[in-house]
Design a binder for this molecule. Sequence first.
Ligand code: 9WN
Length: 444
Amino acid sequence: MTGSLSIAARAAYILRDNSTGHITKAAPTLYPHQWSWDAAFNAIGLATTDLPRARLELDSLFAGQWRNGLLPHIVFDPTADGYWPGPAQWECAAHSEEAPSLPATSGIIDPPVHAIAVDRILAVAARADGEEYSRTLEWAAGIYPKLLAWHRFLARDRADKETGLMTLFHGWESGTDNSPRWDAPYAGVEVGPGLPRYERKDKVHVSDAAQRPTDREYDRYLWLVEEAKRASYDAGLLRQTGSFQVGDVLFTAIFACASDLLAALAARLSKRADAAELKDYAAQARAAVFCHVDEASGLAADVDLRSGKWLTTETIAGFAPLIAGGMPLTLRRRLVSLLLGERWAGHPSFRYALPPSTSPCSAAYNPACYWRGPVWPVFTWLLTWALVRSGEYDTAAALRSASLEQLGDETFAEYYHPVTGAPLGSLNQSWTAAVALDWLLDEE
Ligand code: 9WN
C-alpha cells in the first residue's frame, strides 16, 4: 500500500476498533468514554467512510445534553472502567436538576466545535449519493435545535459581561488542560480540606508519567470538580465562588466560527430569527477575541477574570483570531507569518514544521509534556480548517502535508515531541485518526 492509502486504512481501522457501536472512545485505554469535542472531530473522520456512523456519533453525544443546553465534556460509557474521575465523582444528577440521570455525564464543558462537525459532515455528504445526502440533511435539521440550545447556553451562562470572552471554571473546559496559559490562575486555586482521597488512573496508560500533568495539578483539577458540585454546576453560583475563572480566547474564537456556521444552517432551515441571533453571537465573540490581541506578540491573550490580568504566555491558543476568522488582512498576515516562523512551526530544532502547543521560545516550554510543548495533530487540523476558510491555502497545505508526513509512523499518537518526532501520550487516539482521514479526503 502507498503511504496515504496505508495511513487511511489504519486510521479507519482505529476508529472502528475504538467504537462501542454508538460512541467512539477518545482512546482505547486512557480515555474509554466519549469526550465532547473529540466526538465532533471523530464524527468528521467517520463521515469520510461511514456517514450513518458519523451521524450516530453526534446523536449519542447529544443524548447526554442537559436540560439547560449544557453539553457535558464527557458522556460516560457504563460498560467501561479505567478512567478517573468517573460518574461516582461527578454525581451530576444528584447535584443539578438540569442533568439527565442517564446517560451519566461530567458537569463541565468542552470547546464548541460541534457545528463545525455538522457543517463538515454535510459537505462530505454532498459528495455522496443523493439518498445519503437527503438523510444527512434531514438529520442536520433534527440535531439543529440541540445545537441551538447549546449555543444559547454558552451565550447566556458563559459570556463574560466585562470582556465578552467565554468563561471557564475548569482548565479541562479549555481542552488544553495543563497548558501554561493557565499557570497563573491555577496558582490561585487553594485546594480545600474536603478533597476526597483519590488514586490517579491515567499515568499507567502512557510510557512515561512525565508526559501527563503532575499530581499537584491533579489535586487542583479535582478540587475544582468539588467546587462545581458544591455550586450545583450553576454558572451564576460559580461566578461567586469559583476559584478558577478565566476568559478563554480560543474557546471564544471557536464559538464565533461555530455560531456563523450554525447561523448558515438556521438560514437554510428558514429559521430567520435564529440565524440573526446566532450571527449576533458570532459577531460579539469575534469582537471579544480581536479586543484581546496583545500588540507586542501579535497573539491573543486569555484573561484571568478574578484578577483582570491578561495571560500572555506564548501558547497555541494565541492564534485564536485565525480560528475566529473575519480578521483584518494585516493581522491575518502577521499571524500566519508568526505561525510559520522560528518562534513556532519554523523553529530550527523541529523535526517537522508543525506548530507546538507552547512556543519553544517560552520559559514554560516542555516538549514532552502534554499541552506544554508537544504537537497535537488535532489542533493542526483545526488550524488548517480555519486557514482554508480564510483563503490561506498555501499555509494550510504546508501544515497538512507536514502533519501527514508525521502521521506516516502510523502510531496515531495523542501528541508528538516537536524535536524528536516521537509519539507521546496515548497511541491509537481516535481524533488523530479522524483528522488524518479528513485530510486524506482532499487527495481523492
Ligand atoms: C480531561 C480526551 C481528552 C481531550 C482533552 C485532553 C485530555 C482529559 C484528561 O483528553 O483531557 O478532559 O484526562 O487528560 O486534554 O483535550 O478532550 O481525548
